[in-house]
Design a protein around this ligand. Structure first.
Ligand SMILES: Cc1cc2nc3c(=O)[nH]c(=O)nc-3n(C[C@H](O)[C@H](O)[C@H](O)COP(=O)(O)OP(=O)(O)OC[C@H]3O[C@@H](n4cnc5c(N)ncnc54)[C@H](O)[C@@H]3O)c2cc1C
Length: 288
């Protein structure tokens, strides 16, 4: 199918983009990688009157460390994240998730900002950012707002973004020296969305768990944070018993639906297995 008629703008600066978003309001949509928006427009589930293509805005795709944080520009492509040296060296959870997103074509075009703004409960970045305690910075002509990712992701395909706001960057706290992380994803075939995904981040201090982050993909109305599981790990001795307890709590927090990818019981079981495995893997990294 072909999309409905729309007007297309390609601003060269952030200021120009924000001006256009103010002008178009609810009738405008930002175009980033187009990997979610264009299919929706072709199916006529979305028919924006105006598209604001942000791909020409300089600096919006930068990946860098600044102020003790990893800063991912909204336009950082999944593949650029997968290929980043700083991420490979210091952010194992981010590094393990990026190459598991879809296929090379989608990864070449799709962006972290577009993925988070789209807020698909089966999107992988939402869970990763929940587990890492990330923040997003959103900008409008009135200024910036910084939101923790938990507040940004509100519901299925729903974020805290206002129509005139643009997500400009994602900030991930730098991991402490004794930490590790992993993303585990079950998919029916390579390139598929997750049947279940689990993001795990673990930091140790004096032989005990200092902090843990656990995000769940495709088992709820949005990416879920398994808070009870995280809290059960704080101060615990890292090992099978603590990891099994956290995995049970994470499975209890999941809200899966039965569908073509599997039954709700099966998905809940996968959450439990993946959380246990992810914690064991993160623990090994943290101790290394
Ligand atoms: C075949 C296929 C398989 C896929 N598999 C996976 C998968 O396994 N895992 C996964 O996580 N994703 C998957 N995706 C989705 C993919 O990751 C998309 O790249 C992502 O969801 C959207 O990013 P985008 O840059 O393409 O955004 P777009 O499609 O351009 O935009 C998506 C939405 O976000 C808004 N938006 C975009 N950028 C911004 C911004 N900076 N500020 C505010 N709003 C913005 C747009 O207006 C639109 O509403 C798949 C997509 C396809 C087509």
């Amino acid at each position: 199918m072909l999309p409905a008629r729309f007007d297309y703008q390609r601003p060269e600066t952030l200021e120009e983009a924000l001006f256009l978003l103010d002008r178009y309001g609810e009738d405008g949509k930002i175009l980033a990688g187009g990997q979610s928006l264009i299919p929706l427009m072709k199916l006529r589930f979305a028919s924006p009157a105006y598209l604001v293509d942000i791909n020409r805005i300089p600096g919006l795709g930068d990946i860098k460390e600044s102020g003790g944080k990893l800063v991912l520009g909204a336009l950082a492509r999944h593949n650029e994240i997968a290929d980043s040296d700083v991420i490979t060296a210091r952010y194992p959870l981010v590094a393990s998730a990026a190459p598991q997103i879809s296929d090379p074509i989608v990864r070449n075009l799709g962006t972290v900002g577009g993925s988070l703004s789209h807020a698909d409960p089966a999107g992988d970045w939402g869970s990763v950012m929940l587990a890492l305690g990330a923040e997003v910075v959103v900008r409008s002509s009135s200024g910036d707002r910084t939101l923790v990712i938990d507040d940004f992701l509100r519901d299925t395909f729903t974020t805290d973004l206002r129509p005139n706001e643009l997500l400009v960057e994602v900030r991930v706290p730098a991991p402490s020296p004794h930490s590790g992380g992993a993303y585990l994803k079950l998919e029916r075939k390579v390139g598929d969305f997750a049947t279940v995904g689990v993001a795990v981040q673990l930091a140790l201090n004096d032989g005990h768990v200092a902090t843990a982050g656990i995000g769940l993909t495709a088992v709820g109305p949005k990416n879920l944070r398994a808070r009870d599981a995280e809290e059960s790990l704080a101060g615990a001795e890292p090992g099978d018993a603590a990891f099994a307890k956290a995995a049970r709590l994470a499975a209890a927090a999941a809200q899966p639906q039965s569908d073509v990818r599997g039954s709700a019981d099966y998905k809940r079981h996968v959450v439990e297995v993946f959380v246990r495995r992810g914690l064991a893997r993160a623990n090994q990294m943290a101790k290394a």
